[in-house]
Design a protein around this ligand. Structure first.
Ligand SMILES: *[C@@H]1O[C@H](CO)[C@@H](O)[C@H](O)[C@H]1NC(C)=O
Ligand SMILES: *[C@@H]1O[C@H](CO)[C@@H](O)[C@H](O)[C@H]1NC(C)=O
Ligand SMILES: *[C@@H]1O[C@H](CO)[C@@H](O)[C@H](O)[C@H]1NC(C)=O
Ligand SMILES: *[C@@H]1O[C@H](CO)[C@@H](O)[C@H](O)[C@H]1NC(C)=O
Length: 433
């Protein structure tokens, strides 16, 4: 309360004065700073498409790695990652901003981008340009990065990392693979891709959909007999995912519908549950954060500060989501072995209590089962504590370029904001590789 009373005259002063000096300057210095780092890049190869982004330089050293953060959905804005998880500002309940001392830009130059086109402030006028698969998504992101590095030539030689969560478990391997190919073929500005990090991601649906029932049982969300019924549903789900990965198209839409019965069933047994944190009821967490995000970003002064014109912000866009339905059950894990064999490191991390992209068997199973030259050694590697500020924040397993990290006492999004990125030691761990 105190600080607010004292800062009021100052804010009024800035507000009234700034109107004379510039076109638009926000009355809120944090908002001002946020807006200063936001913009649009037009995509060269897609008609009328542009992607909205935030970019924050490292507070440490401009030579720090460049990191791109991708939120999931599909169709959810990366502002969620920025303002609720790991960005330089945190959105408070009263829609004010405060500084986040654990922001990833303490040690990296970080980009948050609203994608696929149509997401967040990356609105499109023409629905033809909506993306339906990872080819479209990764080409757009690759083109976006080409524009970014052209605009920031001083960052081209920096190490580069791709990070994100949830549905970004699809985007991240696809983009990494696209960059790797682009580099090999001397297509554009070479991007020094060093590593990728997937948080509570959906990467290998066949394995991960088989894990929901086991996880729900372990978390006591369902009974033993429910578990058996779910295993029966999974038999169909698994078959349809396999067909999807052979035939694509409609087989994938069908797999989506078959397999979602599993999650729907668990949710129907636990009506108020927040699927991203099995311990919390909906309303305490994500659900609230998303509506606050919309309230905040749709304020006239915020939209002006960000230069987004009349675009209305929706934190998760259903049209974009539906357009990606046939992408959902595609296995993106198959893109990873080539990357890690070529020395690009992979961190897969997961919070303990996330149902939708559950760690338990889901994420750890696909990582264990991934066919690469170090598979055996990874399987045999010891699980060791992951320490943050002298406290055990999780447990991890590592061999060569591959790390699996289970973050304690958190769901995915809290994990990236607090436990895991405290002190940004995760980035350091990857930087060291
Ligand atoms: C930034 O890092 C570079 C390379 O490690 C180093 O040479 C330079 O002194 C650093 N700059 C600052 C301001 O710390
Ligand atoms: C979602 O995106 C589509 C395509 O860009 C757009 O037409 C629609 O208005 C958006 N939905 C909302 C609720 O903003
Ligand atoms: C694993 O990958 C290697 C090399 O691509 C391949 O020869 C082998 O058949 C694969 N093994 C399995 C079990 O898929
Ligand atoms: C970050 O971690 C290092 C090493 O563990 C420690 O010395 C330092 O005090 C920590 N910094 C913060 C801001 O917690």
């Amino acid at each position: 309360m105190k600080s607010k009373i004292f800062s009021l005259p100052f804010l009024l002063f800035v507000f009234s004065f700034s109107h004379f000096l510039h076109g638009y300057v926000s009355s809120d210095p944090y908002l001002e700073e946020l807006g200063h780092h936001a913009g649009y890049y037009s995509l060269p190869n897609a008609k009328s498409s542009r992607l909205f982004y935030f970019f924050f330089e490292s507070r440490n050293n401009i030579t720090d790695p460049v990191v791109i953060w991708l939120s999931g959905g599909p169709g959810c804005s990366s502002s969620f990652g920025l303002l609720a998880e790991n960005g330089p500002f945190t959105l408070n309940e009263d829609l004010s901003l405060s500084r986040n001392e654990y922001s990833w830009n303490q040690v990296s130059n970080i980009i948050y981008v609203d994608q696929p086109v149509g997401t967040g402030f990356s609105s499109v006028s023409d629905t033809d340009v909506l993306r339906h698969d990872e080819t479209g998504v990764s080409n757009d992101l690759y083109n976006f990065l080409q524009v970014f590095f052209k605009e920031h030539p001083q960052l081209v030689r920096n190490d580069f990392y791709i990070t994100g969560e949830s549905y970004a478990g699809h985007y991240i391997p696809a983009l990494a693979s696209r960059i790797h190919t682009g580099n090999k073929n001397n297509e554009g500005i070479p991007i020094k891709l060093k590593g990728i990090a997937i948080g509570n991601g959906l990467t290998n649906p066949e394995i991960q959909y088989g894990a929901y029932g086991d996880y729900a049982l372990e978390m006591k969300l369902i009974s033993q007999s429910d578990h058996e019924s779910l295993n029966q549903v999974y038999v169909n789900c698994q078959g349809s995912i396999r067909e999807c990965n052979i035939d694509g198209g409609l087989a994938c839409a069908s797999a989506y519908h078959v397999c979602f019965q599993i999650l729907d069933y668990i949710k129907s047994e636990n009506k108020d549950m927040n699927p991203y944190d099995a311990r919390k009821k909906c309303g305490e967490l994500m659900c609230d954060v998303n509506s606050n995000l919309e309230k905040f970003l749709n304020q006239e002064n915020v939209r002006k500060a960000l230069g987004v014109g009349d675009n209305v912000f929706v934190s998760c866009n259903a049209t974009v989501y539906v357009a990606m339905i046939e992408d959902w059950m595609i296995n993106l894990e198959v893109k990873i072995p080539t990357l890690i064999e070529d020395g690009i490191s992979l961190l897969v991390y997961a919070g303990e209590y996330d149902l939708v992209c559950n760690w338990l068997v889901g994420n750890s199973r696909w990582v264990e089962q991934m066919n690469w030259s170090g598979q055996k050694e990874f399987g045999a590697a010891k699980t060791v504590p992951f320490m943050v500020d002298g406290k055990e924040a999780g447990v991890m397993k590592n061999h060569g370029p591959l790390i699996f990290l289970k973050v304690h006492d958190t769901h995915g999004s809290d994990g990236s904001a607090k436990g895991f990125s405290t002190n940004a030691s995760d980035l350091d761990a990857r930087k060291a590789r």
